[in-house]
Design a protein around this ligand. Structure first.
Ligand code: TXA
Ligand code: MG
Length: 354
């Protein structure tokens, strides 16, 4: 069922104060608004309003056992949403909030089970994006907001991506700048002994968490496919994600080894007259060594640059009607871990170590 979608311009919350009020008003009345955050655009709804949260699942086409992140604009909003705050959560909030970090904590009764996908825990994040913060304050309630894509397509990092996915399915989309981080927030929970465990890697890296807390764990599913019957610690891990129409394969190795292998594949396809739709998704430095059509997603070893371009490039592959794509994989270290984790899922775990 199509509905009327408004485009609300908010580049600067002070200059576009009317837009902020409009977005807040729609949210306070149970509507859905796609808003920018520093990571990706989110599809926001009042986290206390079960009907609004159900409408988010419907607009995204998302399974309703996949829980949502609840966004707050100040630390003082936290205590009423949870029943306990472990010592390491306080340390991490102090270090990384506002910012791209989400912490899974025990849910208070104020958060409905619809928002948490039936779980007794709730994921909380305080974004740093000035527009996100202004809209949360204007709504006057915490906002449940998954990424503002249709389920299965890459997360949106520009307002145009939201328009492509959600026009006619939501009340409003905020027109604002492109997201600076480009991949979704780091999601972590706390093990019984208090150790933070990364469930989804992001811009706040395991190395940085280790430095602040003196310990860190990375969930098995970050780098490995879960067995079919395994209980996922984070329901989002179960679902196929960020899947472009093309078949992606990750190649891990040096610039020379990557180029040699891609050139070999491409020449074989050319001999058979079947090279249409073949792309090398590579780093800037690789381009000059490659025979095949290329699409670069950033600078080698500059993981933040790769993260920023990643989802837009995955969307471009569909527009280019790519069918077979060989991706030069980043090292799974620092923020490269987040990029690698998203690519692994886009490639349905097809990886070749050169
Ligand atoms: O950067 C972000 O986190 C963006 C922006 C909009 O804030 N949001 C986002 O939301 O990526 P979403 O819904 O696409 O991803 C939420 C992730 C999922 O993998 C979900 O399974 C996990 O967080 N999650 C949410 N609540 C959880 C909980 N109670 N326990 C474990 N994992 C949880
Ligand atoms: Mg998502």
């Amino acid at each position: 069922m199509m509905m009327k979608t408004e485009l609300i311009r908010i580049y600067d919350p002070a200059e576009d104060a009317e837009g902020v009020l409009r977005a807040g008003d729609i949210l306070a009345h149970g509507g859905l608004v796609a808003i920018p955050t520093e990571t990706v655009y989110g599809l926001a709804a009042n986290a206390y309003d079960e009907a609004a949260v159900k409408a988010v699942y419907a607009a995204k086409g998302r399974p309703s056992d996949n829980p949502m992140i609840v966004h707050i604009a100040e630390l003082s909003a936290l205590p009423e949403l949870v029943t306990a705050i472990p010592e390491n959560a306080k340390i991490l909030a102090e270090a990384f909030w506002p910012g791209p970090l989400t912490m899974v904590l025990p849910r208070s009764s104020k958060i409905p089970l619809t928002t948490t996908g039936g779980l007794e825990t709730v994921a909380i994040r305080m974004p740093s994006h000035p527009v996100a913060c202004a809209v949360i304050r204007a709504a006057g309630v915490p906002l449940a907001a998954p990424s503002a894509n249709r389920s299965g397509s890459p997360s949106p990092t520009t307002f145009r991506h939201c328009v492509d996915d959600l026009w006619g399915l939501v009340d409003a989309i905020v027109e604002s700048d492109d997201c600076t981080v480009g991949v979704e927030s780091t999601v972590l929970c706390f093990l019984p002994d208090g150790t933070p465990q990364v469930l989804r890697p992001g811009a706040v890296t395991p190395e940085e968490i280790q430095r602040r807390c003196g310990c860190v764990s990375v969930a098995e599913a970050v780098l490995h496919m879960l067995p079919q019957d395994a209980a996922a610690p984070s329901p989002g891990m179960k679902y196929k994600h960020y899947a472009p129409a093309a078949t992606l394969t990750l190649l891990c190795g040096s610039r020379e080894d990557y180029a040699a292998r891609v050139n070999e594949y491409y020449e074989a396809l050319q001999r058979a007259g079947e090279e249409d739709g073949f792309y090398a998704m590579c780093f800037d430095e690789d381009v000059s060594l490659l025979e095949a059509p290329t699409i670069s997603y950033g600078v080698a070893y500059d993981y933040p640059s790769q993260a920023q371009n990643l989802f837009d490039v995955l969307r471009q592959l569909d527009k280019l009607q790519a069918t077979e794509v060989y991706v030069h994989a980043p090292e799974p270290e620092e923020m490269g871990l987040a990029v690698y984790n998203r690519l692994l899922r886009a490639a349905a775990f097809r990886v070749v170590h050169l």
